[in-house]
Design a protein around this ligand. Structure first.
Ligand code: 5AD
Ligand code: FES
Length: 333
């Protein structure tokens, strides 16, 4: 585990050469475990209804200017089928916390995807639930669960979320998921309002303690219809540093180069990979709904059909000497 001084050094004092050395060390560690293979996950954003009101998020319930949508189960299955043809072997079902999907609905969707394709992994990313619910998802065939912790500092958590949400419950969920047997992903936004080296260091300590299989981090990007509309965005540099430090902490970790990173820099995804990321999550949602799933402003890849997006990504990744592979992309234990 790195020290807080080291973290501050990289964030504030390190020169270009030292940063390049950090990225290159992280890259080498990744290659030792995963080679130059990049795993792809097809992201299906199936509902933008959300009962929560996170201050940073564009689909928060109090954003009344947003048109809401939810996909039918058959649309979700169609996305997965299309994705399968394109070479995806993991589907990530992501949505706001939408109570009109019952636990049984989610189980049915997972079960149906897994019955149609026996060589895929299904990842859920649908927020905080009771342990019994998580267990039901797992028994229906869900393999992985993404739930970013957002920040491991209580006070910071309270500044990003409404009163009814708590870091305690968020952590409870993550530990329940791990207990049940999911491959678990946590994560946070880099440069979120009120974040500082202390809160970031707590994030790293929490990750060290939870020992997740995946960690998703990307820059915070302000959204015009949220209380944080005038806040500064996170940067490419600090995101790259944190990706690299996570990689040094655990060479086996699955770390995505996120869409938010691609949004703040034209070659953000590539630079994420070149600092130790090994996963990308292109969008498989129907194009007509894409812009309604705007967690932040300016999101890239909004107009491209699934096939265009994956081809573009394949090419960009091969241009930096890596290869997108057809594989479930499980954590290498
Ligand atoms: N900027 C960047 N990331 C965001 N997320 C939500 N809102 C924003 C934003 N404004 C991230 C959160 C959430 C994930 C699905 O997207 O970390 O967990
Ligand atoms: Fe989606 Fe280029 S990455 S279109």
């Amino acid at each position: 585990m790195i020290t807080k001084d080291e973290l501050e050094h990289y964030l504030y004092d390190a020169d270009e050469e030292q940063l390049e050395a950090l990225y290159s060390e992280a890259r080498e560690k990744t290659i030792k475990v995963y080679g130059k293979n990049i795993y792809i996950r097809g992201l299906i954003e199936f509902t933008n209804y959300c009962k929560n009101d996170c201050l940073y998020c564009g689909i928060r319930r109090s954003n009344s200017s947003l048109k809401r949508y939810r996909l039918e189960q058959s649309d979700i299955i169609d996305c997965a089928n299309e994705g399968y043809e394109l070479g995806y072997r993991t589907f990530v079902l992501q949505g706001g916390e939408d109570l009109s999907f019952s636990d049984q609905d989610i189980c049915d969707i997972v079960y149906n995807i897994k019955s149609l394709h026996n060589d895929v992994a299904v990842t859920l990313s649908i927020g905080e639930k009771e342990k019994t619910t998580y267990k039901a998802y797992f028994d229906a065939g869900a393999d992985r669960y993404l739930l970013r912790h957002e920040t491991a500092d209580e006070e910071h958590y309270a500044k990003l979320h409404p009163e009814e949400m708590s870091l305690t419950n968020r952590k409870r969920c993550l530990y329940d998921l791990r207990d049940i047997g999911f491959q678990v992903g946590c994560g946070f936004m880099v440069g979120s309002p009120y974040q500082n080296p202390d809160t970031l260091y707590q994030d790293l300590c929490f990750i060290d303690e939870l020992k997740p299989h995946m960690v998703g981090i990307g820059p915070f990007i302000s959204h015009k219809d949220t209380p944080f509309k005038d806040e500064a965005n996170g940067t490419l540099k600090s995101t790259r540093i944190l990706i690299a430090l996570l990689r040094l902490m655990n060479p086996r970790l699955l770390i995505p180069a996120t869409t938010s990173l691609a949004t703040i820099a034209p070659n953000g995804r590539e630079l994420g990979i070149l600092s130790g990321a090994n996963v990308v999550m292109p969008n498989l949602s129907p194009v007509r709904f894409r812009e309604l799933y705007a967690l932040y402003d300016g999101k890239v890849c909004m107009g491209e059909e699934a096939a265009q997006c994956i081809n573009c990504i394949r090419e960009r990744i091969s241009d930096i000497g890596y290869e997108v592979i057809v594989d479930r992309g499980d954590y290498k234990a």
